[in-house]
Write a protein that binds this ligand. Structure first.
Ligand code: ADQ
Length: 464
């Protein structure tokens, strides 16, 4: 294999312990090939010139980290207004939250061009290029326009919506056509692949070719589902470490006679947090045996706070959790512990393992790694139960979870009650099956399968 070049909006140093499973998994692949990781530095320069940015280089073992600073205008237009203000909501089926007027296709394109220009100077002819996520969809098209002929693959971490919804984007044809500059496009689920197929044939008049190919604009693009996984071994090792054990023991002591439920995510409207709190409130109302016992620890770390929809979601959650505690709380017990902060990655497995039930109930999610981490962290002798939204990509794989429609408050509450009451033998059985699935389809399987498929794409004319 040639050198691997990974491009993503943010670049992580794979050697840092705080790095998540994905950074570690990509880091390993980069290390093996002496690779390059390229992206935004996270720095915003005030008063810089749009379309220009300083390049920073750092060596992390055998991996070269190269990042570009963005000026304030570029950052706001590309990252905040277009990627997070328009693409994120539309791809998550939330047309009502997309700020179409605030979007900036020109800023989005300008930064992709800037990245392409800076990256091109570093590329070798036999590099294998792997671009990540919705911020960088047109990157390959920009590189091709500059004459780059390397094999290029793209992985979309978020869902791909149905054609009708995609067409809400004013530039949907341009955006989807730009995917054909890649050799391989990876999506999270079969549902996403179906959406691509319908869009490609109906809107782009693409013709199916072979098992996964789509022919249009004089070239063939391979499109396949590569459901992302976690590093199960790494996560289980984390579960055995002191920080996680201390967290677990402390919670088990504190909740010795109570039942613990847990939710962990970034505070994001795609994660279904208000709906989850409402289902939890219904659980307390409808099944009074949970009064004084069932406690929901909801961690929602700050995210994208400058986008309006996130600020109002935060206010809604604060008011809902306050209302539930006001209605149901007792002098010595509060039903909701809502925490608007990050939890150290090393403590997370302890929190998962102490919980009887995990509530992973997004309204829409590309995959959802928290669901898989929860399964990995359980004690197989006495495992907790996963309540999972059918709208998470993970639901295609994790069939043994209790699948719910998070918009259906009463039935979600019913499923939570069922989870709380599930007999040990059933919990063990379900957990064993789930663990098997996340083990077989872990992050290494995902990465290797993608890279093998990318290398196997047919050589062809590279311009689009
Ligand atoms: P996210 O939307 O960020 O990822 P997710 O898949 O759940 O969602 O991954 C989040 C990661 O961050 C997990 O490893 C989790 O442990 C950690 N995390 C989340 N909240 C945290 C908190 N409050 N404190 C500490 N750690 C926290 C996007 C897509 C997903 C897709 C992933 C990977 O939206 O659908 O699964 O990319 O492709």
């Amino acid at each position: 294999m040639g050198r691997l070049v990974v491009i993503s909006n943010r670049v992580a140093d794979p050697r840092k312990t705080a790095a998540g499973g994905l950074a570690v998994a990509l880091g390993q692949a980069l290390e093996a090939s002496g690779g390059l990781w390229f992206g935004w530095s996270g720095r915003i320069t005030e008063g810089g010139t749009p379309g220009e940015g300083e390049v920073n280089r750092q060596q992390a073992g055998p991996v070269q980290l190269v990042t570009v600073d963005l000026c304030r205008d570029d950052h706001d237009a590309y990252y905040e207004r277009h990627s997070n203000g328009v693409l994120w909501p539309v791809f998550h089926y939330r047309l009502d939250l997309a700020d179409f007027d605030g979007g900036s296709i020109s800023g989005y394109r300008r930064v992709n061009q800037l990245f392409a220009l800076k990256l091109k100077a570093l590329l070798r002819p036999d590099d294998l290029i792997w671009v990540h996520d919705y911020h960088l969809i047109p990157l390959a098209a920009e590189l091709r326009a500059m004459g780059c002929e390397q094999r290029m693959g793209f992985f979309l971490h978020i869902p791909l919506p149905p054609p009708l919804m995609l067409a809400a984007l004013p530039e949907h044809e341009w955006l989807m056509r730009s995917l054909f500059a890649y050799d391989l496009v990876g999506l999270q689920s079969e549902a996403d692949v179906t959406h691509f197929a319908r869009y490609a044939s109906d809107e782009l008049q693409a013709r199916a070719e072979g098992d996964h190919g789509w022919h249009a604009f004089g070239k063939t693009l391979q499109v396949q589902a590569f459901p992302i996984g976690i590093d199960v071994d790494e996560f289980q090792a984390l579960t055995r470490q002191r920080e996680a054990q201390d967290m677990h023991d402390q919670l088990r002591r504190e909740y010795a006679r109570r039942r613990l439920l847990v939710g962990v995510e970034r505070l994001d409207y795609s994660k279904g947090l208000p709906q989850r709190l409402k289902a939890f409130r219904t659980l307390l109302q409808k099944y009074p045996e949970n009064q004084g016992s069932a406690t929901l620890i909801q961690i929602a770390s700050p995210s994208r706070e400058s986008v309006d929809a996130y600020a109002s979601l935060r206010a809604e959650l604060e008011s809902l959790s306050g209302a539930i505690n006001g209605e149901h709380g007792e002098l010595d017990w509060m039903p909701v512990r809502y925490i608007h902060r990050n939890v150290a990655r090393k403590r997370l497995p302890g929190l998962y393992r102490a919980a009887a039930v995990a509530l992973v109930t997004p309204l829409r999610d590309g995959m959802n790694l928290v669901a898989k981490e929860f399964v990995a962290a359980q004690d197989p002798e006495d495992p907790g139960v996963l309540v999972l939204s059918r709208f998470a990509g993970a639901a295609e794989q994790l069939k043994e979870a209790l699948l719910v429609n998070p918009y259906d408050t009463a039935r979600t509450a019913e499923a939570i009650q069922r989870a709380l009451q599930m007999p040990l033998a059933e919990r063990q059985q379900r957990h064993q099956a789930l663990l098997q699935r996340i083990r077989t389809h872990d992050v290494h399987w995902w990465r290797e399968r993608f890279l093998r498929a990318l290398q196997a794409t047919p050589a062809q004319e590279k311009t689009v």
